[in-house]
Design a protein around this ligand. Structure first.
Ligand code: GLU
Length: 269
């Protein structure tokens, strides 16, 4: 089985301890299976991506003792490939604003709602830029996650290309994981809800579905997830290893020691 893994940070701020712990886990899953580990910078959003954050993130990953195979891939440099994939998919332009979508779905404020299909049959729209949506035909998908078990979901018509002319996260991540031969995706639990969309794209584009492990986020003292803007609260590799059940309190650890203790089949948060 191909267990090649990756870590794919967005360079929108410094990595916090939760991001770093996810990177460590992704590295442990790949290396403990003798697989490759790749690094991809998810700099699709020109408004939020900064080169200085990218450099800082790479330095922090190295300081943690992680290493990776092959060149670091920048998503922004793969736009043509993302375009090409877009052209292979059934799509339609969509002019809806977020507010219109919420209203049409009669959903309360906040939270993401499934797209109600307003633009599916529309031939032309108002003279403003359109996003491009997948015509998903309410496809149902299944996948298995190492930690969350079997999952099944119906996929709505989601955005593949944003109205500000940027490929969507779901399109780029699916194409880039497939093109770099990723066999196992290890990432934060907050992304579990995006996986059905990616699994559908894999099916439509003829890619294999990798295996998945969505790992717990580190929560702040207030019980809420950390944001990049919170910066690094100063937690050490020792703290990360202890919180993963891989070290005793106060023990000094190296990635190699953790690797010798890590069992990809048996590890549970
Ligand atoms: N770029 C995403 C993030 O920084 C991770 C995406 C992924 O692992 O699929 O949260």
């Amino acid at each position: 089985m191909n267990a090649d893994g990756r870590y794919a940070p967005s360079p929108s701020g410094p990595l916090h301890v939760g991001n770093l712990r996810t990177a460590l886990l992704a590295w442990l899953f790949a290396r403990s299976q003798g697989a490759k580990f790749r690094l991809r910078i998810e700099d699709l959003d020109p408004q939020r991506s900064r080169l200085e954050h990218e450099a800082g993130q790479l330095a922090d990953l190295r300081a943690l003792g992680l290493d990776w195979d092959g060149p670091v891939v920048r998503q922004s440099e793969r736009r043509e490939r993302h375009r090409q994939a877009l052209e292979q998919l059934p799509t339609y332009p969509c002019w809806c604003t977020r507010a219109e979508i919420r209203e049409a779905a009669r959903a309360p404020h906040g939270g993401e709602v499934p797209y109600p299909g307003t633009c599916r049959r529309r031939k032309d729209g108002p003279g403003r830029p359109a996003a491009i949506r997948l015509d998903a035909q309410r496809a149902s998908v299944r996948f298995t996650d190492r930690l969350h078990g079997h999952k099944e979901a119906t996929v709505d018509d989601f955005v593949l290309w944003r109205k500000d002319d940027v490929p969507s996260y779901n399109l780029a991540v699916t194409v880039d994981d497939a093109d770099t031969g990723i066999g196992e995706v290890v990432r934060g639990e907050d992304l579990l809800q995006t996986t059905p969309r990616q699994v559908l794209l894999q099916r439509l584009l003829g890619f294999e579905t990798p295996s998945y492990a969505h790992v717990p986020l580190v929560l702040g003292a207030d019980g809420r997830r950390l944001a990049k803007r919170d910066g690094d609260p100063g937690a050490s590799p020792q703290w990360m290893a202890e919180s993963l059940g891989l070290a005793e309190p106060g023990e000094s650890v190296t990635p190699e020691l953790l690797l010798s203790r890590f069992d990809p089949l048996g590890w549970r948060p």
